[in-house]
Design a binder for this molecule. Structure first.
Ligand code: HEC
Length: 240
């Protein structure tokens, strides 16, 4: 396999150009950086990031608490910039989460809370929703069956309404109840997860309620309710 000699093949510069391009070989005693050093640097970067994040960027490791995010000062100064969730007060947050939780109710009671005449009673303007939270929590926790009257209209849908207590957490249920009590013209207090939990703890019941059974609770409120509205906090709860 002897190719014809290229006219330039004797040119020393051309012959060695590839060799000259390469870096010099490492001295034989040098070693690649040990793996532990690489991991140590990664660890330092993670810890440093965790320290710097909350200081400079409003970022936090703590994803469990929506209020832990550093929201004031030092953030992005543009209007509307930054983490919208961080700025939500407990009422706004409950309304937001309740709105998505309401998806399980909306199929029957409708997105506008108007229900379906003769079939599913309305939640908008309903005395069951706007009345005592002792009754409202029980209805959704354990279900409701038999003839009932809502806004002067009679309903008696076969099977009634199922219990949602097993399917929803106290917090999810509280959010949905806050949502339906403060939507479509309804104006009520907030329902907290502690309130729902209280009914859960004291009312172990496997069957749906009837209207007559719930009569005593119609105007009673679970203690611990919070006035709804922007800036609502646990501290602002009426002491009663
Ligand atoms: C499968 C249909 C269905 C779903 C889903 C449903 N409901 Fe009901 N709901 C009913 C029916 C039917 C009644 C009336 C029961 C009766 O006649 O005894 C009722 C009654 C009520 C009442 C009392 C009457 C009124 O209109 O105020 C409330 C409050 C209520 N539901 C809230 C909810 C909430 C909150 C959810 C979601 C967590 C929900 N419902 C999901 C069918 C449903």
């Amino acid at each position: 396999m002897s190719a014809p000699a290229h006219p330039d093949s004797t040119d020393l510069d051309r012959l060695h150009s590839a060799v000259k391009r390469e870096k010099a070989d490492l001295p034989p005693e040098s070693q690649p950086a040990p793996l532990w050093a690489v991991f140590l640097l990664m660890l330092v970067a993670i810890i440093a990031g965790g320290q710097l994040g909350p200081m400079a960027g409003g970022w936090s490791f703590d994803v469990s608490n929506p209020f832990s995010v550093v929201s004031s000062g030092g953030g992005d100064p543009r209007p509307g910039a930054g983490d919208a969730g961080a700025a939500l007060d407990p009422f706004a947050l409950a309304m937001k989460k309740g709105a998505s939780g309401y998806a399980v109710c909306g199929g029957c009671h409708q997105g506008n809370g108007g229900g379906i005449p003769g079939q599913f009673p309305p939640l908008a303007g309903s005395e069951w929703v706007n009345g005592g939270t002792e009754r409202l929590v029980r209805v959704v926790q354990h279900g409701l069956v038999g003839a009932i009257t809502v806004k002067g209209q009679g309903y008696n849908t076969p099977g009634g309404m199922q219990a949602f207590g097993a399917a929803m957490s106290s917090q999810d249920l509280a959010n949905v109840l806050t949502y339906i009590r403060n939507n479509w013209g309804n104006e009520g207090t907030m329902v907290t997860k502690e309130m729902v939990q209280k009914i859960r703890d004291e009312e172990k019941r496997a069957t749906q309620w009837t209207e007559a059974e719930l009569k005593p609770f119609a105007d009673k409120n679970v203690p611990g309710e919070i006035t709804a509205g922007p800036g609502a906090t646990a501290a602002a709860a009426p002491a009663k």
